[in-house]
Ligand binder design. Structure first.
Ligand code: VTB
Ligand code: MG
Ligand code: MG
Length: 333
């Protein structure tokens, strides 16, 4: 069922990989989740927002031609209503896949009415996605492709900034490093500024932060720090399609969590490369904006039309597509 690479001579005849349409089917599910979250934007109830998005995503996923096994259902991490780990989704025909869902990455952003909340789905071939669900946090470093062989999670942040600057030719003083704004990152933030770079502090949403670090058109050069491990795996799926680079390491909170992870078969001390987080290049990533953000616009309503903006990424072909959809509001209200 694997199609030829995009470089192969038989491409014109044979590029009929059935998975190709999957991304466009999946985007309907993130669009639906984003649209259903809208009444909860800025209303202070993050669980209600999440539930609306989860319910919509679940319904739409049920119609997709695939046999999806949820490896990452983010609900557990946030104690939110969930598409739970181990749940099967899709109509059961078509490719066997692993799937990571985050109906809203940024439920707090949504509830507060802040920017950068996304609805996200990542998919890969069955058995290729790391199940890191027993560890809540992951330490991460994300860059564009230029960071490969240049930055390391084991190096001091100042060295990483200087090395990336050397590799890209961009002066350190012009570099912008995205970090989740958390007390645990106080020292990291100081070190970034001491190195001469600037920070872009995020109140939530390090999936968007990581993708923006790897994209050519943004001001962000690197995304670092400790965020959710589910978000780490999801980000890895996206990076494969945009040629970005990332390393991660699970960051257990305490000895009990560490013991649980070891019992689950995880190597908690391992420096995880992209291929350790998701192997192969049959990955898909789709995201629809809930609120406006640097990656995509949020849901907008103009009279009879609900407008959504999404990105659709596919690693096998290395494509990023922006999908703007206009939905007749009367079908949704
Ligand atoms: C990040 C962020 C998410 O969780 O992964 C964060 O990207 C990590 O947890 O949007 P803390 O909030 O405890 O720092 C989220 O905020 C929520 O999933
Ligand atoms: Mg999340
Ligand atoms: Mg979420």
């Amino acid at each position: 069922r694997e199609g030829p690479s995009v470089n192969s001579p038989e491409i014109a005849l044979n590029f009929t990989h059935p998975d190709r349409n999957l991304a466009m089917e999946l985007v309907r599910a993130t669009e639906a989740a984003a649209i259903r979250a809208v009444p909860f934007i800025g209303r202070g109830d993050k669980n209600a927002a999440d539930k609306a998005a989860v319910d919509a995503m679940r319904v739409f996923l049920g119609t997709v031609n695939f046999d999806g096994l949820i490896v990452i259902g983010e609900g557990e991490k946030d104690e939110a209503p969930m598409l739970f780990n181990g749940e099967r989704v899709g109509n059961g025909t078509g490719p066997h896949c692993d799937i990571a869902v985050d109906p809203i990455d940024g439920t707090s952003l949504t509830a507060a009415g802040r920017q950068n909340a996304l609805s996200v789905i990542a998919v890969s071939s069955r058995g290729t996605m790391l199940d890191a669900s027993s560890v809540f946090y992951m330490d991460k470093i994300v860059t564009g492709g230029a960071g490969r062989g240049v930055v390391s999670l084991d190096a001091p942040i100042g060295d990483n900034i200087r090395e990336l600057s050397r590799a890209t030719g961009k002066p350190v003083g012009e570099m912008v490093i995205a970090v989740l704004d958390r007390p645990r990152h106080a020292e990291l933030i100081d070190q970034i500024r001491s190195a001469g770079a600037g920070t872009r502090l995020m109140s939530d949403g390090d999936v968007a932060g990581g993708i923006n670090a790897a994209r050519w058109e943004t001001r962000i050069d690197m995304c670092v720090g400790i965020g959710g491990s589910p978000e780490g795996i999801t980000t890895a799926c996206a990076l494969k399609a945009i040629g970005g680079y990332m390393q991660g390491r699970l960051a257990p909170k305490d000895t009990a969590e560490r013991a649980g992870a070891v019992a689950a078969g995880l190597d908690v001390d391992k420096l995880l490369e992209l291929d350790d987080m998701v192997s192969g290049d049959n990955t898909f990533f789709v995201a629809t904006g809930v609120t406006d953000g640097g990656l995509v616009d949020g849901v907008r309503r103009q009279g009879p039309i609900i407008r959504t903006e999404s990105i659709v990424l596919r690693a096998k072909s290395g494509t990023t597509r922006r999908v703007v959809a206009e939905h007749l509001a009367s079908k949704w209200l």
